[in-house]
Design a binder for this molecule. Sequence first.
Ligand code: ADP
Ligand code: MG
Length: 723
Amino acid sequence: MSSESETKPLDLIFRPRSVAIIGLSRGAVGSPVSILTSLEDFGYDGDVYVVNPKMPAVSGITVCKTIEDLPEGLDLAVISVERSTVVDIVERCAGRGIRAAIVITQGFADADEAGAEEQRRLTEVIERSGIRVLGPNTIGVADARAGFTSSFIEISRDPASPVGQVAQSGFLMMGHHLVNNEAAGFGKTVDLGNACDLGLVDVLEYYEADDDIGVIECHLEAIEDGRGFLEAAARIARRKPIVALKAGKSRLGLKAVASHTGAVAGESRVYHQALRQAGVVEARSAEELRLFSKAFATYGKAAGRRVAVVSFSGGGAVLALDAIDDAGLELAELSAETLDSMRHFFPAWLEIENPLDIWIPIAKDMESSFPAILEGVLNDDAVDAVLCIYCSYNLPKYQNFDVSQHVSRLAASYPDKPIACWSYGQDIEGITKTVEASGKAMVFPSLDGAAQALAHLADHHQRTQQAARPQTARSGAAPQEVAGILQRAQGKAYLFTEAFEILEAYDLPVAPWALVEAADSLETATNDLKAPFCLKASSQDIVHKSESGGVVLGVERGAALEEAYDGLCQAVRRNAPGAKLEGVVVQEMAAKGIEVMVGMVRDPSFGPCIVVGSGGIYAEVLDDVALRVAPVDAEEARAMIRETKISRILSGVRGEAAADSEALVKILVALSRFALDHDAVQEIDLNPVIVGKEGAAIVDARFIMSDLAAGACGQGLVRADVG
Ligand code: ADP
Ligand code: MG
């Protein structure tokens, strides 16, 4: 360990040279479920002290009556006392010069208001004294190489494992090593608990700097500092793969239904996209989490997506094609030399190609054909990885068909070309164990899992080759007049005409409009506008204008305009009796085009997210959107548009000319800039933007102010759990 001044707080926690255990009951001595047993299993060779006034002497351990009897300056205290005494104990530990503590006790911010108050007091002690704390509400850590754990329960221990785990629950630390062949053990693992001091980003950065850790596995429940996480993850993931499972995705938080954008940009969509943007491999289940981190730990440098299939049967080969396609991999095109090298194993009438159905060769002569064919494809420069499909016959009479020795040996000779195995029926004790013996090949429980893992390996390689994307917080280039417009709008819950003004300040194409506050100013106000017009109610109290008769389309100048104006005012009075009508927006009708929705939502942890998708009144039902955590640049905006179904309509179907997607790109980029620069706006809904052959027209805009979002319910805004 490095000198004291350089010791990192997490070194004190993962690999303390001395530890005081506070709150250990007398019964723990000799119990199989005790930190003492765990320390023994881990072979901990640091100094162990137990603080307990009634504990009898225990060999190898120093028992002290009180904290004040401990020697000065121990590295770590592991505390599991009654919650009401935790704060006092931590303070006394700090007073005794103990540098860090793991607080196992639960019942803090994870529980009632009194617990939350205790946690606030704990934070004050930490700030005052400088002691560093993991928890509360944690089982702590395990470090296989340092031989230390704070857990009272058995935990995965694999000193050779490059996997560093960080979890928001002890659960994922515990069952791991009990799972049949799916697990890679942990080099290090930590349960963050309530993370009142040391948190997710601290651990990620600790693992980043740790040369023994090559793969980071995350179990996430809630990320408080989403931006901080994104920045750290995006940097680290370009060197070390990060696999993450986000739990609790289905529980949508309170979302205002005051905008289409808010309704389609649910929490799970934001998380999914945030992880993707940071280059984090998203696992959809605890099984995938184990599987993908084991795949990264098993395979070295996997370079590409071109896969060769070597299958015991044609049926398996066809299934492999589907899995390869679903995972976004490619089928490798084997060279003539490769095919020639193995042709003599096959009958002359069989045309051989990738995927290779090797039943005839192995039925004739497994021992010579199987290794030669497998090595043949591994040798081909056009092959990046191999999917190997076989059957795990374990009866002695089929012993001949056992691939395990060959796969294990060849995997070790070709470390840069993953051999991902799938067996229909796994003989875990026998064949699977031997395949995995070299630690260079893996047997997957499903063909899809194998293909997905290969795709993640290839994606990771690609990430390591790419330049970093900026994760900037602010663009710093807002048009000057915007601050003034926002100032003028202060106190309003929603912006409509001011939203148009702000968009115009960003040089965005709002369909020309004028606000008319009285019938007698209709003519002068619309002088500069070109008919035909559309009329819209401008009111703080109306969310969807057309639903209350607040939109009239295709109106000509003159008497028709006056009539439409009066009609609109009457309809709104009738349909939305309480609503205060501030005026009527008269707007030019936009040229024919495709209705697209563009929006922004401010996620509480990741900040502004930009959304684009199918627009109009059916936006929520169509649910055709792409989302990005800001910033969005032009290239990213184009990728977003390509992700949506509406993009196909934008590019022209049935002989129509393509619409001007670039006009849409400009709007997305500007919204991203605006959202990063102005916290005052919580949500933006531009629905629709009408995208024509040349240019686009923003015809509707709704900004929801942040003050409103914070105290929404009191102000009469309908809020509902959209889940
Ligand atoms: P709301 O969404 O509040 O009901 P909008 O302003 O979006 O009101 O208008 C409803 C619909 O009317 C739009 O989806 C669009 O089809 C049409 N529309 C509105 N303004 C225009 C315009 N300037 N040009 C052409 N069509 C328009
Ligand atoms: Mg609208």
